[in-house]
Design a protein. Structure first.
Length: 893
């Protein structure tokens, strides 16, 4: 291009290129459509040759052949051509690009030391070995996948554990000023990510970002998502490859997306920076390109109907960060409105805070006056306080209701726009061509495909595009009236020739059926998973160190736990925090520490100061929970979370379990309880022992020894024993009658069961067996974390079902047995982690941090749980005998 070329010529060339591009796209679409029709007709012809009773085998054969096989929903593999190849958005198309599509330009070249195209100046693709550093990890790009929406997609891995991630790269337009690009980067890191604040785990299939990273040196931003879902094909690609969907397939798409919109529209959500929207949020970008088609596993898909319903729809590319990088007018208007609503909601939060402060000031003022007032005036003052507080609450409620009307009305309009866009997606899938709300061409009203569609489906689609539904819930309720079952008529089998004798045809069908059945059984055998311990759910989400947890509140916070419980025991232990216990990819500057947990925590998080207070009450667990509810304790750590109040949340940080132990004397092992009991005990026998029904071990096949019963001085452990072993109210009543009475300072050991702290309890169990006069056979229970590592007692396997479950395993994976020398072979056995994590061990339980479900409070408990869930925190808990929630790859030792 030269300077003398007139502007009109440039416009003509641009118009000619656009016309040529459009013609090429239409030609490609027409060829693709014809090819799809020919393939479909050929497949139908071939299927008609297969006997109808055997047609259900076809999906298995196709899946085995690899024609339609897709990876499992848990971790879909990514092919290079799997991501969408779409035309770049207008806001990113630089006029100087050779292909007018700089996101995927094949002719891009770079000069030495530059990451921009030497011809048009647009940012080039990331190198396959490039590393991106974020707050939650470091990621290495492994493969370019394609483009979708406003960005490029890359396959990558997290360097800390090798976990698969997908990175979406957003490029800031060069038309923006420097300060505008800086503001967009800042907004991107704040906006990316959404989570429910009610603690509920919903199956809403939203591809939520793991981390948002703004490149400090380049005009690039990166959105990181765990797994490979974000690299799945979109419905736009599915439509191009397979054509229109059936009624029940469209129903499945609508049902799943409406379920996702229910979560977004109706649940209280919180952004990563802590801003809460109690009225829900919006998607704002529901299109064929923001809905991902993720097939189920082939072994699952084989059992779906012939309508091929074996898929999930995942929702991605929310407008709040996708439109941040689009500077076209329509998206800018939408983004501006969304930001206005967010600002109004933030103003409402500030208004609530001012209201709360006004009420507190009023109450404090009256409290001061009541202290100084004579007794005869206090009643009048209290009555005046109630009246004034009631009037203030009424005025504040009216002010808040008035303030919320405008943002709520605007938010609801955006949410209804989501439903309208979904309606256009449904029409596109049903009719086999793309329809959008911005198209000049109206939706057809008399299309043959519409006339043949299910009436309920038509009502739902019509209601979505005409704004008849106020919420996604009402639309989904109507959709449920359409049956899921396949209602399409099945084709009758037509004979290809009448010359074949009937007996030969029948023999041929039986032969084909036998071969098909044998093939199916062999395939199922190959696909069936081998028995393995349950997969660890959190093995890809552990930060390295406690100091890697960000945004911990600053200040001094008090938390309370029961005295003599497992947490008090944990705080007394000396632990070793060292870099060698972390994954080899964790790069740390923190020094190794050898100290108790509290000093280690203080060193890692100096501004986050905790004060622990032990509760010595008889109902210490209930007191600890009530203190958290009353906000006088920031959180508590407990093993009892089944009956938590609705205003509390819990996060599991480790596992533990009750160990049933008996004396283990190596000198007298031949006559010891472990050997005579064959190393196990049934739950029913435990019930009989601890309710006084068995007095001598010979009643259970053991030696002729009287039974002595012990329990730990731990209310939580006793409660867990009652719930998991005794179970019935009658047995719990009998058990408590045998327990010693507890005073405020000590126990009165008048019962048939002796209650002792863990150390003296274990010593007494072995003494009972070693004493000659009188010799006893002692049994006790205690937390595994406090029993493991000593050899004076033997933990019995628990027989509650088909087999006995031994909680300890040896180095080679075999359970310990009464012949194992626990004293000589220390270090060669450990708790079976998989049994506790999967709850196969009947007496396993969670160790959890419990805190208030209140966004107005600093997240003290939430951040404490995050610190314990790091590799460093898990290592410290493991040293104390707890079972970690996850393992991590350790390449250092």
């Amino acid at each position: 291009m030269t300077q003398s070329r007139p502007p009109k010529s440039a416009k003509q060339r641009s118009l000619r290129r656009e016309v040529t591009t459009e013609a090429q796209q239409r030609l490609k679409a027409e060829v693709s459509s014809q090819r799809t029709m020919i393939q479909s007709a050929a497949r139908s012809r071939l299927e008609s040759l297969v006997p109808e009773p055997l047609r259900w085998v076809i999906p298995l054969i196709l899946s085995f052949r690899g024609e339609d096989a897709e990876p499992e929903i848990t971790a879909p593999e990514v092919a290079e051509e799997q991501a969408d190849q779409t035309i770049a958005p207008a806001s990113l198309s630089e006029s100087l690009c050779v292909q007018h599509n700089p996101l995927t330009c094949e002719f891009a070249t770079a000069s030495r030391g530059s990451d921009r195209c030497s011809q048009c100046g647009f940012a080039l693709l990331l190198e396959s070995t490039e590393t991106i550093a974020g707050r939650r990890g470091r990621y290495q790009v492994t493969q370019y996948l394609g483009e979708r929406g406003m960005g490029r997609l890359y396959q990558a891995k997290r360097l800390s554990d090798g976990a698969s991630v997908v990175i979406k790269e957003f490029l800031l337009s060069r038309q923006l000023a420097t300060f505008e690009r800086r503001e967009k980067k800042s907004a991107f890191t704040r906006l990316a990510g959404v989570e429910a604040i009610d603690g509920k785990v919903s199956d809403y299939r939203l591809v939520a970002p793991w981390e948002a990273i703004a490149d400090a040196n380049r005009d690039r931003c990166y959105l990181v998502t765990l797994g490979n879902w974000d690299a799945s094909i979109t419905l736009a690609t599915y439509l191009r490859q397979h054509g229109a969907m059936s009624d029940v397939q469209v129903r499945r798409v609508l049902d799943q997306v409406l379920q996702t919109l229910e979560f977004l529209h109706e649940q209280k959500v919180r952004s990563p920076e802590g801003i809460v929207s109690e009225y829900g949020s919006v998607h704002g970008n529901i299109t064929l390109n923001s809905l991902l088609y993720v097939p189920k596993a082939a072994s699952i898909a084989s059992f779906e109907t012939q309508e091929n319903l074996a898929f999930f729809i995942y929702v991605c590319d929310l407008a709040e960060w996708e439109f941040l990088f689009d500077i076209t007018a329509t998206q800018a208007d939408f983004y501006g409105l969304a930001q206005k609503i967010a600002h109004q909601l933030q103003v409402m939060d500030e208004l609530r805070s001012r209201h709360e402060q006004a009420r507190i000031a009023l109450q404090r003022g009256y409290s001061a006056r009541l202290k100084q007032a004579p007794a005869r005036e206090q009643a009048a003052l209290q009555e005046a306080q109630i009246k004034e507080l009631t009037l203030l609450r009424k005025q504040q409620a009216e002010e808040l209701a008035k303030a919320r009307q405008q943002p709520l009305r605007e938010l609801r309009s955006l949410q209804k726009a989501d439903l309208k866009m979904l309606g256009y997606v449904g029409y596109s899938l049903l009719l086999g061509r793309v329809y959008t709300p911005t198209q000049k061409q109206a939706l057809p009203t008399s299309h043959p495909r519409l006339e043949a569609a299910h009436p309920v489906l038509r009502r739902v689609l019509d209601g979505l595009v005409t704004d008849q539904f106020e919420t996604s819930t009402t639309a989904r309720q109507l959709l449920t009236q359409m049956p899921v079952e396949n209602t399409a008529p099945t084709r009758s089998l037509t004979a290809e020739t009448n010359d074949t004798p009937w007996y030969l045809a029948r023999w041929l069908w039986w032969l084909l059926g036998s071969v098909g059945l044998a093939f199916m059984l062999a395939l199922i055998w190959l696909l069936l998973p081998r028995p393995q311990p349950q997969a660890i759910a959190r093995n890809t989400t552990l930060l390295c160190g406690i100091d890697d947890v960000t945004n911990a509140p600053k200040g001094r916070f008090r938390y309370k736990t029961p005295d003599n419980g497992f947490w008090s025991h944990f705080l007394k232990q000396r632990l070793l925090s060292r870099e060698s216990d972390l994954a080899s990819t964790c790069l740390r500057n923190a020094a190794d520490l050898n100290d108790k947990f509290e000093p280690i925590l203080q060193a890692r998080q100096p501004n986050y100061q905790l004060v622990h207070q032990a509760i010595a009450a008889t109902n210490a667990r209930e007191v600890a929970i009530s203190e958290v509810q009353g906000a006088t304790s920031a959180f508590t750590v407990t093993s009892l979370t089944n009956d938590l109040p609705a205003d509390l949340m819990s996060q599991t940080v480790a596992y533990d379990g009750l160990a049933i132990v008996v004396s283990f004397s190596y000198a007298k092992r031949d006559n010891s309880l472990p050997k005579r009991l064959n190393g196990q005990i049934r739950l029913t026998d435990l019930q009989r022992l601890y309710t006084g029904q068995i007095r001598n071990w010979k009643e259970l096949g053991g030696p002729d020894l009287p039974v002595s019963l012990y329990v730990p001085d731990d209310d939580a452990a006793i409660y867990l024993f009652e719930q998991n072993v005794l179970k019935t109210q009658e047995q719990i009543r009998l058990f408590r009658q045998m327990l010693p009475q507890k005073t405020t300072t000590s126990f009165i050991q008048s019962g048939e069961i002796v209650r002792l702290p863990i150390g003296p309890l274990l010593q007494q169990v072995i003494r009972d067996f070693e004493n000659e006069l009188p010799q006893k056979g002692a049994i006790a229970f205690a937390p595994m974390s406090q029993v493991f590592g000593q050899c004076s007692v033997y933990p019995l396997a628990i027989a509650g079902g088909e087999r006995a479950v031994q909680p300890l395993i040896q180095a080679k994976g075999q359970p310990i047995d009464p012949g194992t020398d626990l004293c000589r072979n220390k270090g060669s056995y450990a708790p079976d982690v998989a049994l506790f994590q999967s709850r196969v061990y009947p007496l396993a339980y969670d160790i959890s941090v419990v805190y208030r479900r209140d966004n107005s409070l600093p997240p003290v408990g939430e951040k404490f749980a995050e610190m314990l869930q790091t590799q460093e925190g898990q290592s410290l808990l493991k040293q104390a005998g707890f079972i970690p929630i996850a393992e991590w790859k350790d390449g250092r030792r």
